[in-house]
Design a protein around this ligand. Structure first.
Ligand code: MRU
Length: 350
């Protein structure tokens, strides 16, 4: 089953509702832009690469619905829809990256007929997905070269197949190794407050037959101190040019612990997650979410005083000095990131 797919008429997008996993595998279809925005905001579809692919599919579906008989009308509609969808979540750069790529296709083909432009947009959205599949595959190969059979790995949030199109990034090497008969033990942080680790990572690992151990986020330091962890593998939502990396809240504390206990800390993601517009982590916008996610969600009743103030940032930035290497589809990038990341991005290969 594909995570993200067009409806048969290509005027809507079908996704697996990730908020219901692991209890229920339900596919929902989104046909208007408000529901598409809501699907991203509510994390029905989530994970930086998956958000980008979904947004590209949505823009193609909306272009197929748009009432326009000349380019200017269609393009104005597309720009408005892209701007609207782009406002759904601020941190993962893959969202604006994919939407801008779609707008660029329309812009460069302004002399073509409306039906040709619609077709090109459809093809571009599929290209974004296909490239993601091959990038995740290459990331998985590079990541696997850092691991040995029998290793125990710590991961945070969910950077598996559900967060991409296939394979995943941080879970990719583990799933690829498992396919080849290697045995890993994965300690999965539950990932408060939305529990992507408990709900999604454990679900994916269980499906793949990988030995998974669920821990609360505040237990990660202890398992590292015990000497049980060979490497930390995490995904990323936006990487600045100096290597500072935004990922799910709690990642940065994990990296501090990993440094203290001498555990290698690897960030895995496609080069589309590197933002040339961000010189350092201070330039990365951090999403703030509804306080009720901390106080109420997943609990039978509210677990904190009703009126308590909450601070609920969805991401944090890990300082580049704590990252052992950044694994992309183009290879493994080591410090100094300020020099090596731009060089990696310029490399046209892979
Ligand atoms: O809020 P989420 O669930 O979208 O956060 C996801 C993460 O932080 C992932 O680690 C990141 O997007 C990489 S997914 C390959």
């Amino acid at each position: 089953m594909e995570n993200i797919a067009f409806t048969p008429g290509r005027d809507g997008v079908a996704i697996i509702d990730q908020t219901l996993l692991p209890g229920e595998e339900r596919t929902v279809t989104l046909t208007n832009r408000e529901d598409m925005y809501g699907a991203i905001y509510s994390l029905m579809v989530r994970g930086a690469p998956a958000i980008g692919i979904f947004a590209a599919y949505c823009l193609s579906a909306l272009a197929n619905q748009a009432e326009a008989d000349e380019f200017e009308g269609l393009y104005a509609r597309l720009r408005a829809d892209a701007g609207y969808l782009n406002a759904s979540r601020p941190t993962a750069v893959n969202l604006s990256w994919a939407l801008n790529r779609m707008l660029g296709i329309a812009e460069r083909n302004s002399r073509r007929s409306i039906s040709e432009i619609r077709d090109l947009l459809y093809r571009e959205s599929l290209a974004i997905r296909d490239e993601d599949i091959s990038m995740c595959r290459a990331i998985s190969e590079h990541g696997l070269s850092l691991l040995r059979d029998g290793d125990a790995i710590l991961t945070h949030c969910n950077a598996g197949p559900l967060a991409t199109s296939k394979y995943g990034t941080a879970l990719g090497p583990i799933l690829l190794g498992a396919e080849r008969g290697m045995k890993f033990k994965v300690y999965a942080d539950e990932t408060r407050p939305l529990l992507q680790g408990a709900r999604l990572t454990c679900y994916e690992l269980e499906k793949a037959g990988v030995d998974a151990v669920l821990i609360c986020d505040n237990m990660a330091g202890m398992v590292m101190k015990n000497g049980w962890i060979r490497a930390c593998l995490v995904g990323c939502d936006r990487v600045a040019l100096n290597g500072d990396t935004a990922n799910k809240i709690g990642t940065s504390a994990l990296a501090v612990n990993a440094r203290y206990y001498g555990v290698p800390f690897y960030v895995l993601g496609p080069t589309s997650t590197i933002d040339p517009g961000c010189r350092s982590g201070g330039d990365i916008p951090i999403e703030l979410r509804d306080p009720d996610e901390i106080k109420t969600l997943f609990f039978a009743k509210t677990i904190a005083p009703d009126g308590v103030k909450c601070y609920n940032p969805a991401f944090d930035v890990t300082d580049h000095s704590l990252i052992t290497a950044i694994v992309t589809q183009k290879g493994i990038c080591y410090p100094p990131y300020e020099e090596n990341l731009p060089a990696l991005m310029e490399n046209q290969g892979a």
